[in-house]
Design a protein around this ligand. Structure first.
Ligand SMILES: [Zn+2]
Length: 332
């Protein structure tokens, strides 16, 4: 028999919100399932895996415990070959899901399930639905067949029309508590004892960020060389602006990560100024932090913080490294 929860997997699925999933699955058994769910939460919290589990529960042939993990449907669900669980994503050459895609989906919804009592549609990223697509979806939704269930994953609800939102049952996936993520790190990566305090702060309760950091062999070296440049960044010497520019040009592909490192470091420096040392993130870099805070004027630190926050937004729209470097170096 498949275990409900073995400390890591729930019915064989690696989810991080076991209590929430338990309630959700029980609500189905209690006959309180909805036709549409939004799983809202930051990337990296395992909402897709949670949706896979929920879809398995919704389609399992055994209704007593769900998902049983042993029926043909459950085996297919686990292998992503269950014909009654459909993943909705943009077509190969497209970046978004348009009205045409939604009309095709609507045709598919009209076809009865193959084996199960339900047919589940997992919309993997609701942010990719264009506005016309959302309107087309609403039409499908006016009278959905009894068997259809939609699960939409999304990071941020702001891209959805209110009319769409109001039709869905909203399920919020919070970031993990420090205790829960600590358990995740220590069990999966017992060798990471030394970096644990940093990982806890840096990954802010998101397990996939932990995986990304630990499995990225370049992470620590990039972080180290980025932090070495922090004095040049805060300097008003013109030559240092070139140091920053050269560095960013060389590391163009990693610019987001570098800005992340700088921002978290400067944020820590602000916290030190505010006497809130217990909140700092770069706990393993206390020496550089201390050095930086003592050598840098508090006003400059605050100004740099503001500029880094803005730089992160700017970089999403365009990259002009020369301009960005000069501006970051407080020359303007
Ligand atoms: Zn089953």
């Amino acid at each position: 028999m498949i275990l409900f929860w073995d400390g890591k997997f729930m019915y064989g699925y690696e989810v991080f919100h076991e209590e929430l999933m338990k309630n959700l699955i029980e609500s189905v058994h209690g006959g309180k399932s909805s036709h549409a769910y939004i799983f809202e939460g930051e990337k990296g919290l395992g909402t897709l895996e949670a949706a896979r589990l929920f879809a398995a529960a919704l389609t399992c042939s055994n209704t007593s415990i769900s998902p049983c993990g042993t029926c043909q449907t459950c085996i297919e669900s686990k292998a992503d070959t269950n014909p009654d669980i459909i993943y909705v994503r943009p077509q190969k050459d497209k970046k978004s899901i348009g009205a045409d895609d939604m009309r095709a989906l609507s045709d598919d919804v009209a076809i009865k399930p193959f084996n199960s009592e339900r047919k589940v549609y997992i919309i993997e990223d609701g942010a990719l639905l264009t506005e016309p697509a959302q309107n087309t979806f609403l039409k499908t939704f006016e009278e959905p067949p009894e068997y259809a269930v939609f699960i939409m994953l999304i990071e941020n609800l702001s891209t959805l029309l209110d009319t769409v939102l109001s039709r869905f049952t909203l399920v919020h996936f919070p970031v993990l508590s420090e205790e829960r993520i600590k358990k995740y790190i220590t069990e999966k990566y017992p060798e990471e004892k030394e970096r644990l305090p940093f990982l806890l702060k840096y990954c802010s309760g998101i397990p996939e960020t932990v995986d990304a950091v630990i499995n990225d062999s370049e992470f620590e070296s990039l972080r180290d060389i980025s932090l070495e440049k922090i004095f040049a960044l805060a300097s008003r010497d013109k030559r240092d602006a070139f140091v920053i520019q050269k560095f960013l040009e060389e590391k163009k592909e990693n610019i987001n990560q570098i800005l992340d490192f700088w921002l978290s470091f400067v944020r820590d420096a602000v916290l030190i100024q505010l006497n809130a040392r217990d909140k700092i993130m770069n706990v393993d870099k206390k020496d550089i932090l201390k050095d930086f805070s003592s050598k840098t004027n508090p006003e400059i630190v605050l100004m740099l913080y503001d500029r880094l926050v803005t730089a992160q937004k700017m970089i999403k729209r365009y990259v002009n490294i020369k301009g960005l470097s000069l501006w970051l170096s407080l020359k303007k």
